[in-house]
Ligand binder design. Structure first.
Ligand code: SF4
Length: 323
């Protein structure tokens, strides 16, 4: 599905919230969408001899299965920490700090303070950061300093607004034994309710799908949609992209959830049958962790994957989230 056209970026998040009109939703929108998902999941999962407990459809699984179902195998291999992933964690921490204090104490070294914050709760990140040295450390430090300062500049003063950083949501669908999950960087419950996601790279089509997913799961949790979703991209400069939540956004995400269930089943059945799962080759093959073993990748994309660096992915605004 093509991405909706982006509206012109505007102001700070505080400005956007102050100016946004209230969203007008049909009172039955969420109930209707829930019924559509129930029906779609029943169809997609009928007759599947499922392994394990409740099927979790995370934001990430919805996104990966949409791009290329076989990429789920990479997740099964485990996520190897990398500088882009750690940068994402550092910026998530920056978002938490800035939502509580606009006069953040980290003006001298964001990197030092954020690294300390994220290391406290995550030994793996702590070890990764301790091992970093030389140009790699300096690169991550510079990226963190510029992007955290950029994030501060485009948030504006939102400290007086009620908000939840790293807002984890889980919405059960009991009949299908499925749960939809996601974690929103920042949920703001002001006069206008907004769901905010920050990205260290450029605007990318995957961000539209993430924002749709958040609109859906938050709407299901609260039994009514929020007013708007906001994506903040920090490269090459900080920009706020805001979108009023409408029925089409929520319905798109619901349809994606049902497709994800179908594709998760297809991957599971392929693996059990010792077949390579269904694929959807494309430009994303050039940064796929399975590029060296996938039978469906083109020679061109395989060669591109071998040459690709972290900086390329970051510059292209591609995935900087964990696999
Ligand atoms: S290399 Fe391409 S087709 Fe193969 S699993 Fe990765 S993204 Fe899919």
């Amino acid at each position: 599905m093509s991405s909706p056209p982006a509206p012109p970026p505007s102001g700070t998040v505080a400005d956007v919230l102050a100016q946004a009109p209230p969203a007008e939703h049909s009172p039955t929108l969420i109930d209707d969408v829930r019924a559509d998902i129930d029906e779609g999941l029943a169809r997609a999962l009928h007759g599947w001899d499922r392994p394990g407990p409740t099927l979790r459809i995370t934001k990430r699984r919805a996104e990966v299965t949409e791009r290329c179902p076989a990429q789920l195998l990479a997740d099964a291999d485990g996520v190897e920490l990398s500088a882009p992933i750690v940068l994402g964690h550092l910026l998530d921490a920056a978002m938490s700090v800035l939502s509580m204090s606009v006069a953040a104490p980290y003006t001298s070294s964001w990197f030092h303070e954020l690294a300390r914050t994220v290391s406290v709760g995550d030994d793996e990140i702590a070890r990764f950061l301790n091992r970093l040295d030389g140009p790699a450390e300096s690169d991550l430090r510079n990226r963190t300093e510029t992007r955290a300062a950029g994030l501060k500049s485009v948030l504006g003063d939102i400290t007086a607004l009620p908000s939840v950083a790293q807002d984890s949501i889980a919405v059960p669908f009991d009949t299908a034994d499925v749960v939809l999950t996601g974690r929103i960087d920042l949920s703001i419950a002001a006069e206008r309710r907004a769901l905010v996601e920050v990205k260290s790279g450029k605007m990318h089509r995957s961000l539209y799908a993430e924002l749709d997913h958040y609109a859906l799961i938050d709407g299901l949790r609260n039994r009514r949609p929020a007013d708007l979703v906001i994506g903040i991209t920090l490269d090459p400069e900080p920009i706020v992209h805001s979108f009023p939540i409408d029925a089409a956004m929520v319905q798109r995400a619901a349809a994606r959830v049902v497709r994800a269930a179908e594709r998760l089943r297809a991957v599971d059945e392929a693996v059990l049958g010792q077949r390579w799962p269904p694929t959807s080759p494309g430009g994303h093959c050039s940064w796929c962790p399975l590029a060296d073993r996938c039978p469906d990748i083109s020679d061109v994309d395989r060669a591109a994957a071998e040459d690709r660096t972290w900086a390329d992915a970051a510059e292209d605004g591609e995935e900087l989230e964990p696999w």
